[in-house]
Write a protein that binds this ligand. Sequence first.
Ligand code: GUN
Ligand code: ZN
Length: 431
Amino acid sequence: MTATKLLLGQTLAFAGNPFDVAPDEAAQYNRRGAVLIRDGLIAEVGVADTLRAAHPDAAITDYGDGLIMAGFVDAHVHYPQTGIIASWGKRLIDWLNAYTFPEEMRFGDRAYAGQISETYLDFTASHGVTTMASFCTIHPESVDAIFSAAQKRGQRIVAGKTCMDRNAPDGLRDSAQSAYDDSKALIGKWHGVDRLSYAITPRFSPTSTPEQLKALGDLWAEHPDCLMQTHLSEQTDEIEWVLGLFPEARDYLDTYEAFGLLGEKGLYGHAIHLEPRERDRLREVGAGLVHCPTSNTFIGSGLFEMQSLMAQGQRVGLATDTGGGSSFSMLRTMASAYEVGQLRHTPLHAAQLLWLATQGSARSLHMEDKIGNLAPGLEADLVVLDLNSTPEIAQRNARAEDIWESVFPTIMMGDDRAIRATWINGQAITS
Ligand code: GUN
Ligand code: ZN
């Protein structure tokens, strides 16, 4: 018999969507709750005393006032940009050329890619992030590196070879055919192995020829169970560039749609400056939009329209966009989403922020039946938050009258000190 583990603390799960119903209706909160873990899965969630009495042999970890919830899911990152995060002063296209492309060039070296993969997964674990969807570089080695590192850790991850066959420097371009062949080989090698999933990954329309977009659209049609991740309408000058490169296109989204790259399992990063037709099509197909607030403010891209997109019934996830985003922390990312909401005169509730960082992102990855909540049968990927991690936060939390007021200062002022523990696949991660 495998050992069962019982975690005690405050517990927070979601039974509903706090964008649709009131926070207290959406949430299942227990002041003294428990999570029973068996074989890497959540077996039961309930009241501490009850589960303790029912499972006297379970190995107990008592987190006291710690808040146990689903691990954070980061729905859009570029792990190869770990080393150039927080690079100063440029907007998107110049930022790519000045900082990103030179660094991504280095990932043909499997050893370097392996080293950054390990560093990145150490950083994210220390921030309570248990799953991410990552772009790699054009090099298959960069995909092997992150999948190998995640596999060793028993971690659920989505990743894919970034494809670019134009408007990128020498040494950082593939071709329509090699993008197809390499991506197909990587799907065969990694997709569905352990907790690893492959995402077909055209970087964005400006760096792919129509031929490459078509080849990747064809590949997606052959592997419809794969996700497809890309970028959409991040900056206004990017949009103008796209429309110049694709004169036939009705709008930016059409440059994907025309080549079979619009679908329910598509993940579209940023999606800030959308035309009504684009919104309607994204909604119709049920595609995933990924909000990357620290990136959108850092690179100066614009303000995501969370409230109206959610009201429209879009599938929205939350992400750091490492390293266009300026932090590995999903707490900082939630704080930034709150601030973007304020600038749009629609502040997000703490329940909405926590939901986006877990359920929302898991739904965007079509993995809500596996991760993103505290519920029996889901994988035991968890984060435990210390809601009194600094004197500044503790003195504010002392005045809190409910769980939302209690967790909000940790969201807004928290950093990795608030991450008391991260559990991946039923194991506590210690760094
Ligand atoms: N658009 C195309 N590539 C990228 C990237 O690496 N980061 C961001 N933020 N936007 C992009
Ligand atoms: Zn990105």
